[in-house]
Write a protein that binds this ligand. Structure first.
Ligand code: 5GW
Ligand code: MN
Length: 332
C-alpha cells in the first residue's frame, strides 16, 4: 500500500517535470530561436540587414517542413510569406525581372506557347517582366498577349547537334545576355526550362540575391542519394553537398546570376578540354557552384513540382509543373 502510494507520487512528480521542461524549451525557442538551427549557424554568417523584406517571413508558420538552411537562407513554402507585402515592396522598389528561356528545335512548338501564356497568369504578376526567348527559329515564336509593362525579346542562337550541348550552352548564353542586355534594365534574372507550365502564383517572394530550387525528386533525400557528379575527372565532382538543386529554375540579381553562369560555363569548358562530361551536364555544375557559393534563398519544390512524385501533404501549392516529356520524339 505504502509502496503504491509512493509510486503514484513519483509518477505525478515525473509528469510535472516533463511539463515544466516542455514549457521551458518552448519559451527558449520563442525567444532565442530553434537551438539546432542556431548552433549550426557559422559565427561569421552575414545576417540580413534589419529592413530586409525577408525578415517578414514567418519561419514558424510551417512546422512540417524545413524552412531555413543552416547558413540562414529561408526555404520558401506556402504560408510563410505575405504575398501582398512582397508585391508592394517590389513595386515600390521599382523591381524589374528578366526571365530567360530556351526554345530550340522541337521544344519551341512543343512547349513555348503554354509556358508564356501561363507565365502571364502567374509569374511575377504586377511587376515589369521581360521574357528573353533564345531560339534558333525566331520567326516561329508564337504571338502571346502580354500584360502592361511586360515585354518579350527574341535572341537568335545557334543550334547544337548534341542535346547535351543544347542544355550546357545555356550557361554561356545567359552570361552573355546579362552583359549585353539584361544588366541595364533589370535587377533580377530567373532562368527557366521551357518544358513547364505555371499553375499558381510564382511571385516576388521568390526574388533574392541568389536563388536555387529543391529538386522535387530529392527534397526529402539524404546527401548519399543525391545524383551529384562523382567522377573525379570532372570539375563538377562532389562527394557531398547541402541539397540537390534542380537546374530547371535558378535566379538572383543579375550580378550573382552572371557569376553563377560564368562559373558553370568555365567548368563545362574545362571538362570539354579534358573530354569528360558531368553526369547531369549543366545541373551537375550548378550543384557544385551552389555548394561552394550558398544561395541566399531556396525555393521549395512547390516552385517546380512533378506530378510523377505523387501526392505530398507538405506540397500545398503547385506553382510550376513539369510538362509531359516526349523523350522518344525530342531526344532523337
Ligand atoms: C532536346 C533533347 C534532349 C535534351 C534537351 C533538348 C532541348 C532542350 C532542345 O532540343 N531544345 C531546347 O530548347 N532545350 C532547352 O533546354 C529547353 O529550354 C529545355 O527545357 C532545356 C533543358 O532540357 P530538358 O528540359 O529536356 O531537360 P530535363 O532535365 O528537364 O529533362
Ligand atoms: Mn526540363
Amino acid at each position: 500500500m505504502r509502496l503504491c502510494l509512493r509510486a503514484r507520487w513519483l509518477f505525478i512528480l515525473f509528469v510535472l517535470l516533463l511539463i515544466v521542461i516542455g514549457y521551458i524549451s518552448k519559451l527558449y525557442v520563442r525567444f532565442f530561436g530553434h537551438p539546432v538551427e542556431k548552433c549550426l549557424l557559422p559565427p561569421n554568417v552575414k545576417l540580413r540587414p534589419g529592413n530586409h523584406i525577408d525578415n517578414s517571413l514567418d519561419l514558424w508558420s510551417r512546422t512540417d517542413v524545413k524552412t531555413c538552411t543552416f547558413w540562414g537562407a529561408p526555404i520558401m513554402w506556402e504560408g510563410m510569406f505575405d504575398p501582398h507585402l512582397y508585391d508592394e515592396y517590389h513595386k515600390n522598389m521599382g523591381t524589374s525581372v528578366a526571365l530567360t528561356v530556351f526554345a530550340i528545335g522541337r521544344y519551341l512548338k512543343m512547349y513555348l506557347k503554354d509556358f508564356l501564356t501561363s507565365a502571364e497568369q502567374h509569374f511575377m504578376v504586377g511587376l515589369p517582366v521581360t521574357y528573353y526567348v533564345f531560339t534558333d527559329a525566331p520567326d516561329s515564336v508564337p504571338a502571346v498577349e502580354l500584360g502592361t509593362g511586360r515585354t518579350l525579346e527574341i535572341v537568335q542562337v545557334q543550334r547544337h547537334e548534341r542535346w547535351q550541348d543544347v542544355s550546357m550552352m545555356r550557361m554561356r548564353t545567359i552570361a552573355d545576355a546579362i552583359d549585353s542586355r539584361i544588366r541595364l534594365r533589370h535587377q533580377y534574372v530567373f532562368c527557366l526550362d521551357v518544358d513547364q507550365v505555371f499553375a499558381a502564383r510564382f511571385g516576388s517572394e521568390a526574388l533574392g540575391e541568389s536563388v536555387a530550387l529543391l529538386h522535387a525528386f530529392f527534397y526529402l533525400s539524404s546527401a548519399a542519394e543525391f545524383t551529384y557528379d562523382r567522377n573525379p575527372n570532372s570539375t563538377a565532382c562532389m562527394e557531398t553537398g547541402d541539397f540537390y538543386y534542380h537546374a530547371a529554375v535558378f535566379g538572383g540579381t543579375w550580378q550573382s546570376v552572371k557569376k553563377m553562369t560564368e562559373s558553370c560555363d568555365r567548368g563545362i569548358m574545362t571538362d570539354k578540354k579534358n573530354q569528360v562530361e558531368a553526369l547531369w551536364q549543366d545541373e551537375s555544375h550548378l550543384n557544385k557552384y551552389l555548394y561552394q557559393h550558398k544561395p541566399s534563398k531556396v525555393l521549395s519544390p512547390e516552385y517546380c513540382w512533378s506530378t510523377e512524385v505523387g501526392y505530398r501533404r507538405d506540397v500545398r501549392v503547385h506553382r510550376l509543373l513539369w510538362a509531359e516529356k516526349y523523350y522518344d520524339i525530342l531526344r532523337t
